[in-house]
Design a protein around this ligand. Structure first.
Ligand code: PMP
Length: 403
């Protein structure tokens, strides 16, 4: 059928904000890697066989019985009060300083919306979480990359940058970072909190993985150190985001923000415009699971990911040629590979796929480019047998690329 009218020039009608959006490089890659024979270390998916299916079924029933039709009604933007109270108690702060969000991804978008004006300087790790760049990008930030090493952000470099650059915001994933698996060490956390406090820079601490530690010692959150630094909840310059996605299940989209009252008040306004509230029943289901299922589940996931990471590291050690660097995560779902200079992980991907193994090239994780010789491996959703075969195939791919 011939159209009667060519229709509007949609592209020309997009807002400046929409023009700044781009397709996630990872999603495009994931499409290629989802063929059934491919061993994929590319996706950042939690292990589905560990999901507590029966517990969620029981909790859904319990929530519907407990709350009746209120479980299916509209509810407050701030979130289900018992859930906020539980989270507040755990953090040692009032429930009023906790905002429930629809995935921590929503927190990143709403925080971008309320904090970033066009041209504002946002400091990000190099590399950083791609989803944060996607959330912030429409609001027109000017990124400055912070150098990182195995201890996380280089705080000496941060100090130098802050001396000359008036920044608005610093975004960081201090625990088992996506994409590198690295953790910001305790001493640097203190300096980061002090430096940003002194320079009036707000910090978004994105912590979906903190509970999934399988080795080493936990360091205090930036949020806790911010409380000490500021002396009160409502003067804390750290905004903390976390989520039930990696500890419980991602599909319920339940996550939260801890922040000073003025930030929470503005988030509430932004969230009203976005989705009114996080689904009522989903919040109630999670609340039913907090006291017994959540701690058990965290143990299960921690143990499984610890084993998978160990298998991956052992085989990397055996199979990868000398000169290939890798991180040793103490928790979370990812590790980071640095190939010898001159190798390009984007170009190498097709050769890896030919051997039925997939990964994500590292360069999209750099806000300002770079990292062509890096790549991210996820060990969370592959079995130990797949990890062994996949790492052997990747080792061959790297050797071939070096020839
Ligand atoms: N932050 C980081 C660092 C992540 O890795 C993810 C998930 N990939 C998110 C936020 C978003 O998680 P969710 O929206 O499921 O809470």
């Amino acid at each position: 059928m011939t159209p009667a009218h060519p229709g509007p020039d949609f592209t020309a009608l997009f807002s400046d904000r929409a023009r700044r959006m781009n397709a996630s490089a990872i999603r495009e890659i994931l499409k290629v890697t989802q063929q059934p024979d491919v061993i994929s270390f590319a996706g950042g998916l939690p292990a589905p066989e560990l999901f507590p299916l029966e517990d969620v079924r029981r909790a859904t029933d319990a929530a519907l019985t407990r709350y009746g039709s209120a479980a299916l009604q509209y509810s407050t933007t701030e979130g289900h009060p018992p859930l906020r109270e539980w989270l507040g108690r755990r953090a040692g702060i009032p429930a009023a300083n906790v905002q429930i969000v629809t995935g921590s991804q929503q927190a990143l978008d709403l925080l971008g919306k309320i904090l970033i004006s066009e041209g504002d300087t946002v400091l990000v790790e190099a590399p950083t979480y791609l989803g944060a760049l996607q959330s912030f990008q429409p609001y027109g930030p000017r990124y400055v990359q912070l150098p990182t090493d195995d201890g996380g952000i280089d705080v000496d470099a941060l100090e130098t940058i802050l001396r000359t650059t008036p920044a608005k915001l610093l975004y960081a994933v201090p625990n088992f970072q996506n994409p590198t698996g690295r953790t910001l060490n305790a001493e640097r956390r203190r300096r980061l909190v002090e430096l940003t406090g002194q320079h009036g820079v707000l910090v978004i601490e994105d912590d979906p993985y903190g509970q999934l530690r399988f080795s080493g010692e936990a360091a205090p959150s930036l949020y806790t150190l911010g409380l000490e630094y500021a002396g009160s909840v409502d003067a804390n310059h750290i905004i903390y985001c976390s989520s039930f996605s990696k500890t419980l299940v991602p599909g319920l989209r339940d996550a939260w923000v801890q922040a000073a009252a003025p930030i929470i008040a503005k988030l509430v306004q932004a969230k009203q415009g976005a989705d009114l509230h996080t689904p009522t029943l989903n919040q109630m289901i999670v609340t039913e699971l907090l006291d017994d299922v959540l701690p058990r589940q965290i143990e299960t996931v921690r143990r499984a990911y610890g084993e998978r990471a160990a298998v991956m590291l052992t085989h990397i050690e055996q199979e990868f040629p000398g000169g290939v660097g890798y991180t040793t995560p103490e928790g979370g779902m990812f590790l980071w590979i640095t190939l010898p200079q001159g190798l390009d992980s984007t170009r190498m991907l097709q050769r890896a796929l030919d051997r039925n193994v997939a990964y994500v090239p590292g360069s999209p994780f750099f806000a300002l480019g770079g990292g062509e010789n890096t790549l991210r491996l996820s060990y969370s959703s592959a079995t130990p047998g797949q990890i062994e075969r996949g790492i052997a195939a990747l080792g061959e791919t790297i050797r071939e690329a070096l020839d």
